[in-house]
Design a protein around this ligand. Structure first.
Ligand code: A2P
Length: 282
């Protein structure tokens, strides 16, 4: 396995097993340089979002890399304020314009509900999904999915959907297994992507993870990423630092033993963002 190894989505599309995260990466030169560094190391999967405000920098890096379009898997996400049928279609065009792409590999509904729509969220998701399905059928998007959805958000969406979601991108890292959601996704052939696989950096000084990492001669970050892979999820580590970008890709030459996996699984709830999909303030 290497950076170009893939998972196969439920529609047959291949998706590289490790993606390059860009949440909190500032737009402009930092975004361009870090995405170019990732592509240089061999990442072939870049994850952004309208809300990250760096789609332009990501698009610029893709152009500067001169890689053939079909060699890089690109994901972006629909922001909360743009949910609903018409608004989704318009927001998609804005993202595509910023990215400078003809087609997108994966489009995700960023959160299952926005602040202030406690009654309406199921209908809004169904309407948004109809727009996703249309764009998918037109070939503008190669795969569609959701983010931060729990089973009680996924079930109503799947009941009204013609096309089942292919991906659910959730916060997933040591200390936050989200078992119920992960199991629901597995049972329904929905790939789990892991945002903040390093707990946004909060896990890196954890002493239990550090001692496991030392045993394998690897870094704590590499152990977190490897743990995600061994759970069958798709980690999206973020960094703007070239040495770390390289380090985070070097996760294919070791395997965590069953005992260490179990030790990490049993870790108490640490490193979490504290964001709950039903209580978002945005
Ligand atoms: P930076 O971008 O300044 O290099 P996550 O992917 O869980 O969201 O974590 C991202 C955070 O972890 C960022 O602050 C990033 O810093 C930091 N980070 C990413 N990779 C490593 C690494 N290999 N070693 C230490 N810190 C890292």
């Amino acid at each position: 396995m290497n950076l170009k190894s893939t998972y196969t989505l439920n529609n047959g599309l291949e998706i590289p097993r490790v993606g390059f995260g860009t949440w909190q990466t500032p737009d402009g030169q930092v975004a361009v340089d870090s995405v170019l560094a990732a592509l240089e190391v061999g990442y072939r999967h870049i994850d952004t979002a309208a809300a990250y405000n760096n789609e332009s920098g990501v698009g610029e890096a893709l152009r500067q890399s001169s890689l053939p379009r079909e060699e890089v898997f690109v994901t972006t996400k629909l922001w909360n304020s743009e949910r609903g049928y018409e608004k989704t279609l318009a927001a998609f065009e804005v993202s595509m314009e910023k990215l400078g792409l003809e087609y997108l590999d994966l489009y995700l509904i960023h959160w299952p509900a926005a602040k202030g729509e406690p009654q309406e969220w199921q209908k809004t998701n169904a309407d948004t999904w109809r727009a996703f399905e249309e764009l998918y059928e037109q070939g503008r998007i190669k795969s569609i999915g959701v983010s931060n959805f729990m089973p009680h958000h996924l079930k109503p969406l799947m009941e009204s959907a013609k096309i089942m979601p292919m991906v659910n991108q959730i916060e997933f890292h040591p200390g936050l297994l989200q078992e119920e959601t992960a199991e629901f996704c597995k049972a329904n052939d929905i790939l789990v992507q892991a945002w903040s696989p390093l707990g946004s950096g909060r896990l890196l000084e954890n002493k239990d993870l550090k001692s496991i990492a030392a045993k394998y001669g690897k870094s704590t970050a590499q152990v977190c990423i490897r743990w995600c892979l061994q759970h069958g999820s798709l980690p999206l580590p973020k960094s703007v630092t070239p040495a770390r970008i390289k380090e985070n890709a070097d996760v294919f030459d070791f395997e965590l033993g069953a005992q260490d996996m179990a030790l990490i699984d049993a870790m108490p709830n640490v490193g979490g963002s504290g964001l709950h999909p039903d209580k978002v303030e945005f």
